[in-house]
Design a protein. Structure first.
Length: 167
């Protein structure tokens, strides 16, 4: 898997984009190349096309945390690649904000309707993190064109273990 973080600030004097790295590896090896994509960012559609043209055939997505993420995910060229949807497993609003602000670096999505809905869910006195995960899995199964799920529990291994035990 090639993970570039191309849009993030870097102090490195030598930078190589994901696309450039994939092109080099494509000429040097026969291995299947994987990359990442962020369906919370509309520009990711164009980036996925560039990565596929460079030889990347598998993608792991960031979690779908915004209103437009599902539409963007479904707009990816699924006939040309495999997509595993990233599944965050937050337990609190703080965890959700960590994903949005630190990992995705998309503070503008704090005002997004779906993200606000997620935040409201975790403010309910009756919420459970497992209920949130189940709801997100259901939405992926029913509405998303994906080939699988990549669980990202961070500090919530308990829910992941329980989910796996359930089958």
């Amino acid at each position: 898997m090639i993970v570039g973080g191309n849009d993030k600030n870097s102090d490195s004097k030598c930078t190589l984009s994901t696309v450039e790295a994939a092109r080099i590896l494509q000429t040097e090896t026969d291995i299947q190349l994987w990359g990442v994509t962020n369906p919370n960012d509309a520009k990711s559609i164009e980036r996925v096309h560039e990565k596929i043209n460079a030889g990347i055939t598998g993608f792991i997505t960031q979690p779908l945390l915004s209103s437009h993420a599902l539409d963007i995910l479904n707009a990816y060229p699924h006939q040309n690649a495999i997509f595993l949807a990233g599944m965050a497993m937050p337990t609190t609003n703080r965890d959700l904000q960590f994903w949005l602000l630190k990992l995705l670096e998309q503070p503008e999505l704090e005002s997004d309707a779906l993200f606000k809905s997620h935040m409201t869910f975790f403010q309910s006195p009756y919420f459970s993190s497992m209920a949130w995960v189940r709801r997100e899995l259901y939405n992926l199964e029913m509405f998303a064109h994906v080939d699988g799920v990549h669980f990202m529990p961070l500090n919530n291994v308990h829910d992941l273990v329980d989910l796996l035990k359930e089958g």
